[in-house]
Design a protein around this ligand. Structure first.
Ligand code: PLP
Length: 400
């Protein structure tokens, strides 16, 4: 089908809740994708930090097709072998004390579960989240989302009550807001949708901030929930971004790349929190079904066995160094960790133009937080792909 026909069907039959780019992708291999018109692109967006192994990775494709021949879905009323194996894998990788997993289907759902578990465990109802944060689009997760509240929250009010927002990176503000009615503090190590922002920005600042959040939570009996939906799965050079800062949260939420594109969300909780959760407290029909778990096991094994965290760290630095060396008057800041890189441009208009011109040259990326070009490519990206990205970005920045 040609793009024009897909657009006609989309307009007629799909709820128009997305602002879409003029592109319909039909096939992918590695970091490359092709559209309905036969054009080739380098995928620097990876489904927004989802396609960690790129497209059609043989290990992931094999795992999915073999599992599909065996058992796609069974109810969580039965024990699921693939789910138990994946939970052990994630628990062993996580910094949580005796981590146990709850499986669902998306980042928003992982955060919904975290809200419920934190309330049940502490017997409190308050939540503190950060200004500039993003945690999803369900009613609970928009209530704790601190960015673009006019757009994300206002039309859907009333949202879940008892949520307060603290300044991201400001320990004093958190200290002023936290009290003995707070069940949990939600924080991202790097705000993804918020514009690839890291609290305190320089590494030392972040170390101090996230450790300070941990400390304030412990002293006030609140749980520390780290949303690793975008930062997790090896993207920043460690499996969980919070491992850069040596902290042990009480809950970690994950989704996006955890099953390489097969829908999956995970709420990892410490053994202590898990002890408060009993049959009937929470559930998800599809959560952790055999197909998704087998896909996720293949993704996690591949990340570990093929050194993809090391590649993310190395290639991320190479990309940032390359962009920093461009020295364009349009660039305000280049920031990130591993393969989560943001390039802050001077204006919304410039960012939009750069994104479009890059797309015209065969490079897919997006703009977040109005002015920030976001690079979250597959973790398998090569130096040659980054060289051509930087070369083209240089020309585009000269052109706008
Ligand atoms: N949390 C973070 C940090 C995210 O970046 C996102 C999505 O961008 C979400 C939660 C929501 O995830 P989902 O769209 O899978 O519900």
């Amino acid at each position: 089908m040609k793009l024009r026909s897909v657009k006609e069907l989309d307009k007629k039959y799909i709820v128009q809740s997305y602002g879409k780019y003029d592109l319909c992708l039909t096939e992918g291999r590695g970091c490359r994708v092709w559209d309905t018109e036969g054009n080739e692109y380098l995928d620097l967006l990876g489904g927004i930090a989802v396609n960690v192994l790129g497209h059609a990775h043989p290990r992931l494709s094999h795992a999915i097709s073999e599992q599909a021949k065996k058992l796609i879905h069974v109810s969580n009323l039965y024990y699921i072998e693939e789910q138990a194996e994946l939970a052990k894998l994630l628990s062993d990788l996580s910094p949580l004390e005796g981590a146990k997993a709850f499986f669902c289907n998306s980042g928003a759902e992982a955060n919904e579960a975290a809200i419920k578990f934190a309330r049940k465990h502490t017997g409190r109802h308050g939540i503190i989240a950060m200004k500039g944060s993003f945690h999803g689009r369900t009613m609970g997760s928009i209530a704790i989302t601190g960015s673009h509240r006019e757009k994300y929250q206002k039309p859907f009010e009333p949202v879940m009550p008892d949520v307060r927002f603290a300044d991201y990176g400001d320990l004093k503000d958190l200290k002023d807001n936290i009290s003995n009615d707070v069940a949990a503090v939600f924080v991202e190590c790097i705000q993804g949708e918020g514009g690839i922002r890291m609290a305190g920005w320089d590494k030392e600042g972040t170390w101090e901030y996230l450790n300070g959040v941990r400390d304030l939570c412990s002293r006030n009996g609140a749980l520390m929930v780290v949303d690793e939906v975008q930062t997790g799965n090896g993207r920043t050079g460690k499996f969980f971004a919070c491992q850069h800062f040596g902290i042990k949260p009480d809950i970690i939420t994950m989704a996006k790349g955890i099953a390489g594109g097969v829908p999956m969300g995970v709420t990892l909780v410490s053994a202590d929190v898990a002890n408060s959760i009993h049959p009937g407290d929470h559930a998800s029909t599809f959560g952790g079904n055999p197909l998704a778990c087998e896909a996720s096991k293949a993704v996690v094994d591949t990340i570990l066995e093929e050194g993809l965290m090391e590649n993310a760290e190395k290639m991320g630095k190479y990309l940032m160094d390359g962009i920093k060396a461009i020295s364009s008057k349009h660039v305000r800041e280049v920031r990130g960790l591993g393969l989560m890189v943001g390039v802050e441009l001077e204006s919304q208009e410039t960012a939009k133009k750069v994104k479009e011109k890059m797309q015209g040259r065969g490079f897919l990326l997006n703009v977040t937080s109005e002015t920030v070009l976001r690079f979250v490519p597959p973790l398998i990206i090569t130096q040659a792909d980054i060289d051509s990205t930087v070369e083209n970005l240089k020309e585009v920045l000269k052109d706008v």
